[in-house]
Design a protein around this ligand. Structure first.
Ligand SMILES: Cc1cc2nc3c(=O)[nH]c(=O)nc-3n(C[C@H](O)[C@H](O)[C@H](O)COP(=O)(O)OP(=O)(O)OC[C@H]3O[C@@H](n4cnc5c(N)ncnc54)[C@H](O)[C@@H]3O)c2cc1C
Length: 302
């Protein structure tokens, strides 16, 4: 049976859209591979009334509640490809017949690519973080490092300075220009040039940031702004317009999260320059409304 919509990605955006569409009694299938972006963090913060709950737990609760809606179906698995045009999209998964639908929502999130520094990736989401609004409060002040990755890293260090005494490690990046330097000075951020060679466990739960020149700095936590990459081939294959942000490309969408490809919607981190759980959930709600109204108007004016 052709569905009203297929949602690729059952994270915060995808499940929020499914919730809206299920409540509108629309037939929607969510395909999800179970790896939301924040799976590395044991706790989530900055989400009203859910302070400290893990992202995976929030998503599990949402799926339990969605199971009560009879027109919503959930497939655990990885969508491999998607094609077609408005009113006739098809999504392919290994070992199954293709699923077809009138509308398609891409909510399959972003992949973070971290700098290749020994000891960094295994601490991602624990003591190596990207968002001070999510995890800065729990650090409790003290020395914090920021490892520069792109042109916005000086800005990130200036922001993080409200959560501790910040050192910006320039690592492989050029030294900040005059404007960035004066911002860092005003925010009391120290600048440490030179390549970072390793992150190591120090004493009393501190981290050691080891530079290639042999110097070692002790910090309580580190922030990086990873390169973000849209997951999967869908956006490009469907011809969705993309736009550049300092951290990577995102899908361009309008006010109801419609992409430039007719009938294809995009929500969550994949379609915004700065994302978190609340913003992705809100985008999912908006995409759900957009998809519903597009179906409804097409049916009213066949
Ligand atoms: C370490 C870390 C900690 C964070 N902590 C917080 C926090 O405390 N508070 C906060 O508000 N935000 C936090 N964030 C940000 C938050 O995780 C994201 O903004 C949010 O997950 C984005 O939601 P989304 O629905 O767009 O994508 P995601 O949550 O990443 O969901 C995308 C879903 O799509 C699925 N998927 C991908 N490809 C396919 C495919 N081909 N087929 C099927 N399914 C697919 C994935 O398995 C995943 O379940 C954190 C991020 C990181 C990296």
């Amino acid at each position: 049976m052709q569905k009203d919509a297929i949602i690729i990605g059952g994270g915060f955006a995808g499940l929020s859209a499914a919730y809206i569409l299920g409540r509108a009694r629309r037939h929607v299938t969510i395909i999800d591979s179970g790896t939301p972006r924040n799976r590395f963090a044991a706790h989530s913060h900055g989400v009203l009334a859910l302070d400290g709950k893990s992202g995976l737990e929030i998503l599990a609760d949402a799926r339990r509640q969605l199971a009560a809606y009879p027109t919503v179906t959930f497939i655990e698995g990885q969508a491999d490809s998607a094609g077609g045009t408005i009113d006739n999209f098809h999504v392919h998964l290994a070992g199954r017949d293709p699923i077809t639908a009138k509308r398609l929502l891409l909510a399959n999130g972003m992949e973070d690519r971290l700098p290749d520094i020994r000891g960094l990736s295994e601490r991602w989401g624990k003591t190596v973080l990207h968002c001070p609004y999510c995890h800065g409060y729990e650090i409790g002040g003290g020395p914090i490092g920021v490892i520069a990755m792109h042109s916005m890293s000086a800005h990130q260090a200036a922001v993080v300075a409200d959560w501790g005494d910040v050192t910006l490690f320039t690592n492989a990046m050029p030294e900040p220009d005059e404007t960035a330097r004066s911002l860092l000075e005003r925010r009391n951020v120290s600048l440490q040039p030179g390549a970072v060679s390793a992150i190591e466990t120090g004493t009393d739960e501190m981290l050691w940031v080891r530079l290639a020149n042999g110097r070692v700095f002790e910090v309580k936590a580190l922030f990086v702004g990873p390169d973000m990459h849209i997951r999967g081939p869908f956006a490009e294959n469907l011809g969705c317009r993309l736009e550049e942000t300092p951290a990577g490309k995102i899908i361009t969408t309008d006010a109801v999260k419609a992409t430039s490809a007719a009938g294809v919607y995009a929500a969550g981190d994949i379609a915004r320059a700065f994302g978190n759980i609340t913003l992705s959930s809100a985008d999912g709600v908006m995409a759900g409304l957009g998809v519903h109204q597009s179906l409804m108007f097409a049916e009213a004016h066949p």
